[in-house]
Design a protein around this ligand. Structure first.
Ligand code: FNR
Length: 357
């Protein structure tokens, strides 16, 4: 039996295998409501054998959307629309997750569909952004530095969205603390120049993510896992380091995080040594130092490569993104490649058998 196709149990929730679909913005929602496109995107990968499909960065408040076309979980209409999707995913034997997000100073930007670059002006449906400090992300409009009351409202907004995620039938919530969005902006001294309780020392910069984890854990059922996506480094001198992130995750292990999804970058222009499995080492270090399970992501494209990540003890699961956009049945094909008999997989249902023939 391959490690990749061993079930993974987190709290009271079992994933049928360790091949996960990472959150990927589809930029195709209206008023934050997912539609047929999202059903097909997530449903096809559930039918394609993935153990967990994680819906894209989904804003906890409208101002937290990366683009005007992002999905949300700030109202009941969105709950109903997501429920249709989670029912389909469950019917295919996969678990469904949603990444809860606030884009902070990187909100209100054009989707990458050629309609414009950088920040969307108010005349085209954009809105003013907020961040820990007034520094803009290069090329974007400057945010307003959040007041203490605005910072205090963040954990409650994530918690309310988590309650809606539960009502919508999601099995897993992932908090987006990566890629230069609000929680990462607070963590990194590149973007956080506050002098209050949320700025300065690592403990202070990590306060908002700790408070958000606590609030979400309170609102989210005990049996359902809470994942955290981090950027393990800013890849910039003077930015967030692997040591700082590993230490933060070690603390969060006692606050009810169940697995860490380890990505990197996104908070500043950087030179990133992109290549096959280029973030796997970060997942290994965070796993060793925090004692928490990790998922590795980033140019993991073949079944053998994914199996090796687990065999070497770098992570407990892998996330396969762009390769799964090319092949929605990536997981079924990986099972075939690794000689796993699909009929023996738990919860595979009547998913079509994929062969290379
Ligand atoms: C992404 N990624 C991403 N990450 C995230 O945390 N939230 C998101 O909503 C998105 N959106 C998104 C959209 C699209 C079209 C792509 C291609 C990527 C990053 C993604 O989750 C993943 O970390 C990277 O794509 C690296 O993995 P792969 O694609 O090399 O397997």
């Amino acid at each position: 039996m391959s490690l990749l196709f061993e079930p993974l149990t987190l709290r009271g929730t079992t994933l049928r295998n360790r091949v996960l679909l990472p959150p990927m913005c589809q930029y195709s929602a209206t008023d934050g409501v997912p539609g047929d496109w999202h059903l097909v995107h997530l449903g096809a990968r559930a039918a394609g054998g993935f153990g967990l499909v994680i819906a894209e960065a989904t804003a906890v408040v409208p101002q937290g959307r990366i683009s005007p076309q992002d999905t949300g979980l700030w109202d009941e209409r969105q709950v109903e629309a997501w429920a249709r999707i989670t029912r389909f995913v469950a019917d295919r034997g996969a678990r469904s997750g949603v990444q809860l997000a606030h884009a902070g100073r990187k909100a209100s930007t054009y989707r990458p569909f050629g309609e414009g670059d950088g920040s969307v002006p108010a005349s085209a449906g954009g809105w003013p952004t907020v961040g820990p400090s007034e520094d803009p992300f290069p090329g974007y409009a400057a945010p307003a530095a959040m007041t203490a009351d605005e910072v205090r409202a963040v954990p409650a907004a994530f918690a309310a969205a988590a309650r809606r995620a539960d009502a919508a039938g999601f099995d897993v919530v992932e908090l987006h603390a990566a890629h230069g969005y609000l929680l990462h902006e607070f963590l990194s001294s590149l973007s956080n120049h506050r002098t209050d309780a949320w700025g300065g020392s690592l403990e202070n910069r990590a306060r908002l993510v700790v408070e958000t984890v606590d609030a979400v854990r309170d609102a989210w059922p005990d049996a359902k896992p809470l994942l955290l996506r981090v950027s393990a480094t800013d890849w910039v001198e003077g930015g967030l380091t692997l040591d700082e992130v590993a230490e933060t995750v070690r603390v969060l292990a006692d606050h009810g995080v169940d697995l860490v999804d380890v990505s990197t970058g996104g908070n500043a222009p950087a030179s990133i040594p992109v290549g096959p499995g280029y973030q796997v080492e970060h997942a290994r270090v965070i796993r060793e130092r925090s004692g928490l399970p990790t998922a590795a992501v980033g140019l993991i494209t073949t079944a053998e490569q994914a199996e090796k990540v687990l065999a070497e003890g770098a992570a407990d699961a892998v996330l396969v993104g762009r390769a799964a956009l090319q092949d929605p049945s990536w997981a079924l094909r990986a099972a075939h490649t690794l000689g796993v008999r699909l009929g023996t997989l738990p919860h595979t249902g009547d998913a079509a058998v994929v062969t290379d023939d």
